[in-house]
Design a protein around this ligand. Structure first.
Ligand code: FEO
Length: 392
């Protein structure tokens, strides 16, 4: 794709990666992604904001073929999907200087071997003149590494936000045209990348909200022509209170745990609770992560495999622990053939989740009438807790 004009002498560059299906060898990408870079030509100097994943460097270099000079390469984030092509751009423009935060400078030296003398560190709020254009650097730590920053183009009121507000969404549209689709992609991104750092992200969003904004241009996904759309979405996802929602990741080997999950789901729905049920044998874990953004309660459903939880359940528990959703309550249900330590082991996998454990229901073999009654009682307890907390 050729570079595309956003404003006079302000261009989108980058690569739409339609076919990538996994990010960081962890995050599923059902809708692909993009690596956005931006070129800003001032009356005196030219700056390139971010680069692209090193696997597609050649495409960025092709877009720069008719750009005679780049004076500054602004590295907003040292993760390689944005920084990985910087060494190639530095080689093309031997006079160019990399601009980064102090922490970013360290990481660029460490990860990419960029010499210290080619990197200038900038302070929070510092400005850089390109002549008739001004770049203002806003430190936005933990969006999504500690060194991250955004760049505000003062005269055009455009925020280049890097990972913050990004979406894993491949599209030929330069701007968001389908807000439903963009919401889905941005929520997936938030759940997997931003949710673990909620407190920091809230501060960063507050900082952004103080700016006059015409556009938000992230480094993944389309540009927001209506910034309020994504700011409002982040406001909801960062809300202090979760929703009246239960998420149930589970797996079943011989059907007993599935029967138990079905009973619990039915009992919760009858009590007015919204439920998201995920069979971990075939779940897009990104969908699970998105559901956790809003959830108040996590119920893990597992059969017992050699005394412990099923490995897929262990994976989901560890993932939830890493993503640190805003959960308040948790429970474990499941079945076993002859003995189990599944509950103790699952509990040990989620130390980051500051949740109140509402109980366990374990069936030895196929669930009995007593097990179903216990599941109904668990649903009652969950619904009551949600009501008491003002969530329902
Ligand atoms: Fe898009 Fe944290 O890199």
């Amino acid at each position: 794709m050729e570079k595309r004009e956003i404003r006079s002498r302000v261009y989108w560059l980058g690569v739409v990666d339609w076919d990538r299906r996994l990010f960081d060898s962890l995050v599923p990408l059902p809708d692909g992604t993009s690596y956005n870079a931006y070129l800003i030509q001032g009356s005196a100097k030219t700056a390139l904001l971010d680069t692209v994943d090193p696997a597609v460097t050649e495409m960025l270099l092709a877009q720069l073929a008719d750009v005679p000079e780049v004076h500054y390469i602004v590295s907003q984030h040292a993760e390689q999907d944005h920084s990985g092509s910087i060494p190639h751009v530095l080689a093309k423009y031997p006079q160019a200087q990399v601009i980064a935060t102090e922490k970013g400078k360290d990481l660029l030296m460490l990860h990419l071997g960029i010499p210290a003398e080619r990197i200038t560190a900038v302070a929070d709020g510092e400005e850089l003149s390109l002549g008739d254009r001004t770049l203002r650097f806003l430190h936005t730590p933990w969006a999504h590494w500690p060194e991250t920053m955004s760049t505000y183009l003062v005269e055009e009121r455009i925020l280049f936000s890097c990972d913050l507000f990004g979406s894993h969404l491949a599209t030929s549209d330069l701007y968001v045209t389908d807000e439903g689709l963009a919401y889905e992609g941005a929520k997936r991104y938030f759940a997997e990348i931003m949710m673990p750092f909620r407190r920091f992200i809230q501060r960063n969003v507050d900082k952004v909200r103080a700016l006059p904004l015409d556009l938000i241009a992230p480094s993944h996904g389309p540009i927001y022509g209506r910034p309020e759309f994504i700011l409002e979405a982040y406001r909801a996802w960062l809300a202090d209170a979760p929703k009246n929602v239960v998420v149930i990741p589970y797996i079943s080997m011989h059907g007993s745990t599935r029967l138990m999950v079905q009973r619990l789901v039915s009992a919760l729905v009858a009590r007015g609770v919204t439920v998201h049920q995920f069979d971990l044998a075939a779940t897009d874990i990104g969908k699970l992560a998105m559901a956790l953004v809003d959830a108040a309660t996590l119920v893990v459903g597992t059969p017992t495999v050699h005394v412990g939880p099923h490995p897929n359940v262990a994976y989901a528990a560890v993932l939830a622990n890493v993503l640190r959703p805003n959960l308040r309550y948790a429970a474990v249900i499941g079945s076993y053939g002859w003995g189990t330590k599944a509950v103790e082991q699952v509990a040990g996998m989620i130390p980051n989740l500051k949740v109140e454990i509402l109980g366990t229901v374990l069936a030895k073999g196929a669930p009995t009438a007593a097990d179903y009654a216990a599941l109904d009682q668990l649903a009652e307890t969950i619904a009551a807790k949600h009501r008491e907390a003002g969530l329902a």
